[in-house]
Write a protein that binds this ligand. Structure first.
Ligand code: HEC
Ligand code: HEC
Length: 505
C-alpha cells in the first residue's frame, strides 16, 4: 500500500515539475539574453543582428507564426507549435535550435513571453487541422500526387516543374522581404521536416505571411480534398528524398576510368559510371568585400578519364538562369545581374602529403589553376578561361589553357562539363593528372541574378580528386584468391593448434 502511495506521489510531483506554469519574468530574462539580438527588444524582428538575415527574424507583434498546426483561418498557434520551432530551430535560416542550451521549462516560459508581444497570451485556438485518414506513401499515391502538383500548375507555378523552386516569379512576403519558394528537392532546407505529416500541414494551412497558399481553402480554385493533400504530401516527400545531400564522409571525387571518348554532353549515359560527390558552398566572407547573402548552397561533381583526357560534370541547383541583357531574366534578378559561373580550382603541384595552397585563390608559394566557365549574355556565348592565381589580387589569365567547357540549364539545375588533356606541355603552369594520386580540388560558383560577381560568390574548401586506377578483373581475382588462401591457412592453424601440446608446459 505504502509502495503505491510513493508511486502516485512520484508521478504527481514529476508531472507537476514538467508543467510548472509558464513564468513571464523568467521568459523575459531568457529572451533578452538569447533572442533579442535577432528578434529585437520589442519583439518586432528588428534586433541588431537582423540586418543581414534573409529570411528576416520573425516579428512577434503580428503573431504571424508560419509553422502552426491550428486551422487555416485560425490566427493563434498552439503553444506546442511555438515550442517545437524554438526547440528544433528552422533549418535553412538563421534561427537556431535551442534544445541543447535551454531546458523544456525555459522554452515554456519563452512561449508565454513571445505571445505577450502580440497580446495573445489569453487566447486559445478554436480550430485544429483535420487530418482525416492518413494515406501511407506508395508508388500509386506518389503518382497521384505528382499529377495534382502539376495540374493547372497548382504547385509547379511557384516550385517549378521538378520542384527546385525555380519558377520564374518574383515573390515577397507580407513584410515586403524577398522570398523564394522552397527547393523541395533539398531536405535540409525544410523548416520543419520532410515527414508527409508536416508537409500535409503546410499544404493545408499554407505558410502564414508568405505567398505559400492554403490548399484547404474552400474559396480556392486549386483546392485539394484531404485525400489529395496526403497524395501531394507523399509526392513532395519523394522529391525531398531525390536530392543530393552532403555526406560529410565523402571528401574524395573518384574519377572513373573509361575506354574510348569522354562524354561531350551532360545527359550522356557514360556519366552514370561515375560516382557523385556533393559539397557545401559557403559564402566568401573572408576577403573584402565580404558576401553574406548567398542563394546556392551545394555543388555536385563527377569525373571520368581515359588515357589522354579528364572531364568533370559539375551540377548545382540555381533557381535563376541569369542572362544579362534578357528582359525576362532581369524581372526576377537583383539590379546588377551578371552571368552565372562556376570555377574548378586545382593546385599546380599535387599536394601529396605536403602543404596545400591557400583555399581562396592560392598563395605566392603555392599557385593554383582556375578553370572558370561563364554562362554568357544575350550578345555573347558561354566562355571558359584558365587562370593562374597566387592569391586574390594576383591572377594571370592564360591565352590558351587547353580547357573546353559547355553548360546546360534545365529546370533549376546547371550542368557544366569541363574537359582537359591529362598531361600538358607546360608542367610548370598546369597540373598534370596522374592515376592514383590524391589531388586537392575546390569549387566556386556565382549566381548572377543574385548580384554575385568577382569576390561576391560561394565556394567550397579543399576536397580531393583521385583518378581511380582501373579495377580490372585481375586484381579482383588475386584479392579473392589471397583471401581464400589466408582463410585456409587460419583453419589449418586452428586445427593443428588443438592437436599441439601446450607450449612452455
Ligand atoms: C541568429 C538569429 C536568431 C536568434 C538568436 C533567434 N532567432 Fe528566432 N528566428 C530567426 C529567424 C531568421 C526566423 C525566421 C525564419 C523564417 O521565417 O523562416 C526566426 C523565427 C522564429 C520563430 C517563428 C516560428 C514560426 O513558426 O514562424 C520563433 C517562435 C522564434 N524564432 C523564437 C526564437 C526564440 C525564442 C529565440 C531565443 C531563444 C530565438 N528565436 C532566437 C532568427 C533568430
Ligand atoms: C504562389 C506560390 C506558391 C504556390 C502556388 C505553392 N507554394 Fe509552396 N511555398 C511557397 C513559398 C514562397 C514557400 C516558402 C515560404 C517561407 O518559408 O518563407 C513555400 C514553401 C513550401 C514548403 C516548405 C515547408 C517547410 O517545412 O519548409 C512546402 C512543403 C511547399 N511549399 C509545398 C507546396 C505544395 C505541395 C504546393 C501545391 C499544393 C505549393 N507549395 C504551392 C510558394 C508557393
Amino acid at each position: 500500500m505504502i509502495r503505491w502511495l510513493v508511486v502516485i506521489a512520484v508521478i504527481f510531483f514529476a508531472g507537476a515539475a514538467a508543467s510548472a506554469p509558464a513564468d513571464k519574468a523568467r521568459g523575459a530574462k531568457i529572451y533578452i539574453q538569447r533572442c533579442l539580438m535577432c528578434h529585437g527588444e520589442d519583439g518586432d524582428g528588428g534586433g541588431p543582428g537582423a540586418k543581414r538575415l534573409n529570411p528576416p527574424p520573425r516579428d512577434f507583434t503580428e503573431a504571424l507564426y508560419k509553422f502552426k498546426t491550428t486551422g487555416t483561418d485560425e490566427p493563434v498557434p498552439n503553444d506546442d507549435d511555438i515550442l517545437r520551432m524554438i526547440r528544433d530551430g528552422m533549418p535553412g535560416t538563421a534561427m537556431p535550435g535551442w534544445k541543447d542550451i535551454l531546458s523544456e521549462q525555459d522554452i515554456i516560459d519563452l512561449v508565454l513571453y513571445l505571445k505577450i508581444f502580440a497580446e495573445i497570451e489569453e487566447e486559445k485556438p478554436e480550430e485544429q487541422i483535420d487530418y482525416g485518414t492518413e494515406i501511407a506513401s506508395s508508388p500509386e499515391s506518389i503518382a497521384a500526387g505528382d499529377k495534382l502538383f502539376h495540374e493547372g500548375e497548382r504547385c509547379s507555378e511557384c516550385h517549378g516543374r521538378d520542384g527546385r523552386g525555380d519558377a520564374v516569379k518574383r515573390l515577397k512576403d507580407d513584410s515586403g522581404a524577398r522570398t523564394w519558394p522552397r527547393n523541395l528537392t533539398k531536405p535540409w532546407t525544410y523548416r520543419v521536416s520532410t515527414q508527409p505529416r508536416d508537409i500535409y500541414r503546410r499544404i493545408t494551412t499554407g505558410i502564414t505571411g508568405t505567398q505559400m497558399p492554403s490548399f484547404a481553402d474552400p474559396k480556392s480554385k486549386k483546392k485539394l480534398s484531404i485525400e489529395e493533400r496526403w497524395q501531394v504530401a507523399n509526392y513532395v516527400a519523394s522529391l525531398a528524398a531525390s536530392g543530393q545531400p552532403v555526406r560529410a564522409e565523402n571528401t574524395v571525387i573518384k574519377a572513373a576510368r573509361i575506354v574510348g571518348a569522354l562524354p561531350a554532353k551532360p545527359g550522356d549515359a557514360a556519366w552514370d559510371g561515375a560516382e557523385r560527390t556533393t559539397f557545401f558552398l559557403l559564402p566568401q566572407i573572408i576577403a573584402k568585400p565580404r558576401f553574406f547573402t548567398p542563394s546556392n548552397d551545394t555543388i555536385t561533381a563527377r569525373a571520368l578519364y581515359n588515357d589522354d583526357e579528364i572531364a568533370f560534370l559539375i551540377e548545382w541547383d540555381d533557381r535563376t538562369k541569369s542572362i544579362p541583357g534578357d528582359a525576362d531574366a532581369a524581372k526576377i534578378a537583383e539590379p546588377d545581374m551578371g552571368p552565372d559561373a562556376v570555377a574548378v580550382q586545382l593546385p599546380i603541384e599535387p599536394a601529396d602529403g605536403s602543404e596545400k595552397p591557400y583555399f581562396i585563390w592560392g598563395d605566392a608559394t603555392h599557385p593554383v589553376n582556375l578553370w572558370k566557365w561563364q554562362s554568357g549574355t544575350t550578345k555573347a556565348p558561354e566562355t571558359v578561361e584558365v587562370m593562374t592565381a597566387r592569391g586574390l589580387g594576383n591572377v594571370d589569365k592564360r591565352a590558351n589553357g587547353g580547357v573546353s567547357a559547355t553548360g546546360i540549364y534545365d529546370n533549376g539545375i546547371w550542368r557544366v562539363i569541363m574537359k582537359r588533356a591529362r598531361a600538358t606541355a607546360d608542367a610548370g603552369k598546369d597540373l598534370q593528372f596522374r592515376e592514383g594520386e590524391f589531388i586537392p580540388i575546390a569549387f566556386s560558383a556565382w549566381d548572377g541574378s543574385n548580384g554575385e560577381n568577382d569576390r561576391s560568390h560561394t565556394l567550397t574548401t579543399w576536397y580531393w580528386l583521385q583518378l581511380k586506377p582501373e579495377a580490372g578483373a585481375k586484381p579482383l581475382l588475386a584479392g579473392i584468391l589471397t583471401a581464400l588462401i589466408l582463410a585456409g591457412l587460419l583453419i589449418w592453424w586452428a586445427r593443428t593448434a588443438k592437436a599441439r601440446p601446450e607450449s612452455g608446459a
